[in-house]
Structures are given as structure tokens and as C-alpha cells.
Design a protein. Structure first.
Length: 161
């Protein structure tokens, strides 16, 4: 059965997710992109996965370096999500004015987020126009006091307090 791409996209936009920025560094150059396809695969051993379009610059950097970082954004970071979602083109410097820090691998993580995963690629699966990268989590940090930025039906949302 053939599924119409527009119908699939309209159905998927009903799925509420947290918002992450996936980053990498290769030959001293940083790049990143907003990614909603992120999940925990295993706690023991600690493994997460992300799905990245094969045409994205971030994809090539992860392929080359074998590392990636995931920053889960805080509810006030919608503008930062937009920046990494393409408001600044692939060849632009999305990190201009953005404060970052590093843990183990050197992949940049975005200051102000609520959780951070520093990962080394341990496996990958190409499927369609994306690659699912499996990353061993080599370092992790999190904040206790803030709420995540949520995305649902093409807009940002917040948790009710």
C-alpha cells in the first residue's frame, strides 16, 4: 500500500515531542540541527539514537567524526530551536552568539538546555533518505529545575504548571 507523504506528515505532526539540537564537530568546525527524532535505546549499556537526513551537513560531520551531542532544549529556547532548524542555512554559522560547552568527545552542547548527552557512534542504519545513528553515551548532564520545550502540530508548547 502506498502512503501519501502529505497525509503521513499531517498525521505525524500530531505527535508531541521534546526538542533537541544535535551537534557535531569535525576538523574544528561545529555544526548542528534541530532534531525531534531522538530516543533512549538502552540504559545498560547507555545508548541513544537519532535520525538525521543524509543531505544535512550535520549528517556528514557525524559520519566523519564519529561523535555527536544532544541538547534537550528548555521551554524558553524556541528561538534557538528555530535557528538550528534552518533559519540560518546549512553553510551558515548557527553557533554565532550561542554559548556552548563540551564534555568528553568535543561535540558542542548548548548552554541553557535541560539535559545533555555526549555520544560516540557505535552503529548506524541507513533507511530511505535518513541514517539512524546509535550512540554510546559517554557523558551526560541534566538540570532539575526547568521544563522542556515541546513541539506539537507545528508549534512550540509548554507543560502546564
Amino acid at each position: 500500500m502506498q502512503i501519501d507523504e502529505t497525509i503521513l506528515r499531517n498525521a505525524m505532526k500530531r505527535w508531541t515531542t521534546g526538542v533537541t539540537v544535535v551537534t557535531s564537530i569535525d576538523k574544528g568546525i561545529m555544526h548542528g540541527m534541530t532534531v525531534s527524532s531522538f530516543t533512549s535505546v538502552s540504559v545498560t549499556p547507555p545508548v541513544v539514537c537519532i535520525s538525521v537526513n543524509q543531505l544535512a551537513r550535520t549528517h556528514q560531520m557525524i559520519e566523519n567524526s564519529g561523535v555527536f551531542g544532544v541538547s534537550i532544549l528548555e521551554e524558553s529556547q524556541g528561538a534557538l530551536s528555530d535557528c538550528f532548524a534552518g533559519r540560518i542555512p546549512e553553510e551558515g554559522d548557527r553557533f554565532s552568539g550561542v554559548e556552548t560547552f563540551k564534555l568528553e568527545t568535543g561535540a558542542p552542547l548548548l548552554t541553557g538546555g535541560i539535559a545533555f548527552f555526549d555520544c560516540k557512534v557505535i552503529n548506524k542504519l541507513k533507511f530511505g533518505n535518513n541514517t539512524v545513528f546509535f550512540g554510546a553515551v559517554v557523558a551526560v548532564q541534566h538540570e532539575e529545575t526547568h521544563n522542556p520545550l515541546l513541539y506539537s502540530n507545528r508549534s512550540y508548547q509548554s507543560l502546564q504548571k
